[in-house]
Design a binder for this molecule. Structure first.
Ligand SMILES: NC(=O)C1=CN([C@@H]2O[C@H](COP(=O)(O)OP(=O)(O)OC[C@H]3O[C@@H](n4cnc5c(N)ncnc54)[C@H](OP(=O)(O)O)[C@@H]3O)[C@@H](O)[C@H]2O)C=CC1
Ligand SMILES: O=C(O)C1=N[C@H](C(=O)O)C[C@H](O)C1
Length: 264
């Protein structure tokens, strides 16, 4: 049985992962890591009876529970904390699956350095559909290049999401940018100025309880192609994160993403 620690244990994703893991006999959530100032701080350090977490110890110090596990899943939503957790994993030689988004380029480079000591999987989206979308967008961009199509990206998420644009939208832009020559990402249009040829708009809409929608538009003359993924439940990300944990638990070192897990 694969023993897993979740960082960001009481968050939306942490709870979804715990719930999903309850139906999988091949792994067990052995501890949760939470923010030191989290609302349940009196319970930190001992087993708690928060719904879903009955008997699972919660702590604010990953190093205390690392020896208990084979793999760590990181969804704290805080890139500084996630980097700290990855450093502890590298020191202890424990693999880590990171779903947290919003890393700067420099932080991603630091994660790559840590992956020389332990296995690190970083993906802004653990769903099968979005990872296939990355591939489809690559094909569409390549196929429509030089044929008069403009590319624009729109994402919608719940009102509580902190980072914008989403990690997935930024990855979609990266895929588009790799196929085209020198594009410029913009996040707003306001005023009198027609679209510039090298622009790619990446726009974030926030509201309600939207789990996560991403659309890439290929806008031509007389036709347009829209590639859309809609996540309707966090369980889809949770299942992906747990599949990633199973896949990485016996890997020694290296920098991976969901393509490696899904074989895409
Ligand atoms: N890769 C993927 O497939 C997906 C990625 N995400 C990403 O995952 C992240 C989390 O999303 P979500 O669950 O909605 O966010 P939440 O805010 O609901 O959950 C994050 C949890 O982590 C806690 N936390 C904050 N700092 C620390 C810390 N230093 N150590 C341990 N825990 C900490 C938060 O506590 P507190 O509230 O007290 O700060 C909170 O309980 C985001 O970056 C999001 O973009 C989301 C869905 C899918
Ligand atoms: O914060 C979220 O909720 C999500 N974040 C991820 C992102 O930033 O891409 C993935 C998913 O769309 C949900």
């Amino acid at each position: 049985m694969i023993k897993v620690v979740i960082c960001g244990a009481l968050g939306r994703m942490g709870r979804a992962i715990l719930q999903t893991a309850l139906h999988d006999a091949s792994l067990k959530i052995v501890a949760g890591v939470e923010h030191p100032d989290c609302v349940v701080s009196p319970d930190l350090g001992k087993a708690v009876n928060i719904k879903d977490y009955e008997g699972v110890p919660l702590t604010s110090r990953l190093e205390e529970v690392l020896p208990m596990c084979h793999v760590v899943i990181e969804f704290s939503g805080n890139t500084e904390a996630a980097l700290g957790h990855a450093k502890l994993c590298a020191e202890a030689g424990k693999p880590i699956v990171i779903g947290t988004t919003g890393f700067t380029e420099d932080e991603v480079n630091q994660l790559k350095e840590l992956s020389e000591k332990t296995a690190v999987l970083l993906s802004p989206n653990m769903s099968l559909g979005v990872n296939l979308l990355f591939r489809l967008v690559q094909i569409a961009t390549q196929s429509l290049k030089g044929k008069g199509f403009d590319v624009e990206i729109v994402e919608i998420h719940h009102r509580f999401k902190k980072d914008a644009p989403s990690g997935t939208a930024l990855k979609l832009y990266e895929v588009v940018n790799q196929q085209l020559d020198e594009t410029r990402r913009i996040s707003c249009r306001d005023g009198i100025s027609p679209r510039k040829e090298d622009e790619v708009g990446v726009f974030a809409i926030r509201g309600g309880d939207v789990v996560g929608d991403h659309t890439v538009y290929f806008l031509g003359f007389g036709e347009r192609l829209e590639l859309t993924h809609r996540a309707t439940s966090r369980e889809t990300f949770a299942r992906g994160a747990l599949e990633a944990a199973k896949w990485i638990h016996d890997k020694e070192k290296g920098f991976y993403n969901m393509f490696d897990v899904l074989g895409l």
